[in-house]
Design a protein around this ligand. Structure first.
Ligand code: MN
Ligand code: MN
Length: 313
């Protein structure tokens, strides 16, 4: 049996080392099927910061999650060996250096046959992660849940920020554009054409009003059929949710997803060839209740529950 999270019946939930779900801490990814890695950065943000504290609070709130997904039957820890590698040693004074460090860190992790789980951190981190992922797996399919498309060309002349990630990834050829699915887009734009250029590259966009009040199971099924068995990376920006559910984030937009839509969507992706995922943009200073991080930690658990090799009971 693979390592299990420390049970709340063996050691009180508020005790112990702060790892994700109180799984074992690990020095390297050797022997792991799934490795958690915190990326405590917020210097790529354009409005409110604070995501440097995201990994810590995601781990803290994850302590309440129990190992079985009794709603779906998934038993992620019965099939996969998981460990928490701690945080990437980013340079909080240099965004460009931090981006380089993240790729180097992921290159090291991906020497092993492991699925990396990134705990954010601002969305800039996903670009250097995708660079490392593509070195190993080739250009990947992408499921990107977000209020924003993050396809700006530059911000203040900077080409690598949390708002430019997927334009850079497209330009660098590390995505399969026809297999990129952006879900939950909304808010206000600088031009009426903010989304249309990326659609021309092949990106598939589902804007929030198209899914208001609806089940997301059909959308997930459609995306799954279009991705097939191609290696896919999931990047989950917590601001895809309505601020009523996740106020603790840097660039909130009203009219977003509900928590049950997010859960239904992720559950509907079960069966994809997921090679990595992240959850980004949790900013604890804007939600002292911890609720945003609690939602984020549970969505990470939902993504663990659909990884290849997870048994059902
Ligand atoms: Mn984003
Ligand atoms: Mn966003």
């Amino acid at each position: 049996m693979p390592s299990q999270p420390t049970s709340g019946n063996d050691l009180a939930r508020f005790s112990g080392l702060q790892t994700f779900m109180r799984l074992p801490a690990a020095e390297t990814a050797e022997g792991l099927d799934v490795a958690f890695i915190g990326v405590p950065m917020d210097i790529g943000t354009s409005w409110r910061s604070g995501t440097r504290f995201g990994p810590k609070q995601l781990r803290q709130e994850s302590a309440m999650i129990r190992p079985y997904n009794i709603q779906t039957g998934a038993a992620p820890f019965d099939g996969l060996e998981m460990g928490d590698l701690g945080d990437t040693a980013i340079n909080t004074f240099s965004l460009s250096d931090t981006i380089r460090i993240i790729t180097d860190t992921y290159d090291g992790i991906l020497k092993h046959d492991v699925i990396p789980v990134g705990l954010g951190g601002d969305h800039t981190m996903t670009l250097p992660i995708l660079r490392a992922i593509a070195k190993k797996h080739g250009p990947v399919a992408l499921v990107h849940v977000d209020a924003h498309a993050d396809v700006n060309d530059e911000m203040f002349g900077e080409r690598e920020t949390h708002g430019t990630v997927f334009r850079r990834a497209y330009e660098e050829g590390i995505l399969v554009p026809e297999k990129v699915f952006q879900v939950g887009l909304r808010g206000t734009g600088y031009t009426a054409e903010d989304f249309t250029e990326a659609q021309g590259w092949g990106f598939n966009m589902t804007i929030a009003p198209e899914i208001w009040g609806k089940s997301l199971a059909p959308l997930a099924a459609d995306i799954k059929s279009k991705i097939g068995d191609h290696p896919v990376y999931i990047t989950y920006d917590i601001d895809s949710l309505d601020p009523a559910f996740a106020p603790g984030t840097g660039t909130p937009e009203i009219g977003g997803l509900t928590t049950w839509q997010a859960m239904e969507f992720l559950r509907g992706l079960n069966g994809l060839n997921i090679v990595g995922f992240d959850l980004v943009e949790v900013s604890p200073p804007y939600d002292p209740s911890g609720n945003t991080a609690l939602v984020g930690a549970n969505l990470i658990f939902e993504m663990l529950s659909i990884l290849p090799g997870v048994p059902y009971r």
